[in-house]
Design a protein around this ligand. Structure first.
Ligand code: SF4
Ligand code: SF4
Length: 120
């Protein structure tokens, strides 16, 4: 590439909109079916453990007794196996990326006991 052409490109970029975003302050709108992170609509979760059994990365833990569902989003490879296996369809893939954090952490979700609250 000639230095004249390169200089023209450099000079031209001074007047163009930047190609990059100031992530995480600015984010791109996810495109349809983008794989971002797993979300669980816990009200529909029956703690069957199917998602944990099919996960190839062992990043889901289901504690039926303690009524807790946990995922390590930093180990998830976004394969979607848990979403496909969930019998109640409470798992879904959100298009937005895993929220930015300074420290890796698991996401713990308390699963409400519908039977107990109906009997109360
Ligand atoms: S998307 Fe794949 S890797 Fe991620 S939690 Fe589900 S089964 Fe595991
Ligand atoms: S497969 Fe679905 S219903 Fe079963 S424990 Fe996982 S999220 Fe809950």
């Amino acid at each position: 590439m000639g230095s004249f052409k390169l200089g023209g490109m450099t000079f031209g970029s001074l007047f163009k909109k930047p190609e990059t975003l100031l992530y995480p302050m600015q984010t791109k709108t996810p495109y349809p079916q983008q794989k971002g992170h797993i979300v669980n609509a816990v009200d529909e979760c029956i703690l069957c453990g199917m998602c944990a059994r099919v996960c190839p990365c062992h990043c889901i833990t289901v504690d039926k007794k303690g009524r807790m569902w946990e995922i390590d989003p930093f180990s998830c490879v976004l394969c979607g196996s848990c979403v496909r296996a969930c019998p109640t369809k409470c798992l879904s893939m959100d298009g937005s990326s895993t929220p930015v954090t300074a420290q890796k952490h698991a996401v713990d979700l308390a699963v409400p006991d519908k039977k107990a609250s109906a009997n109360a």
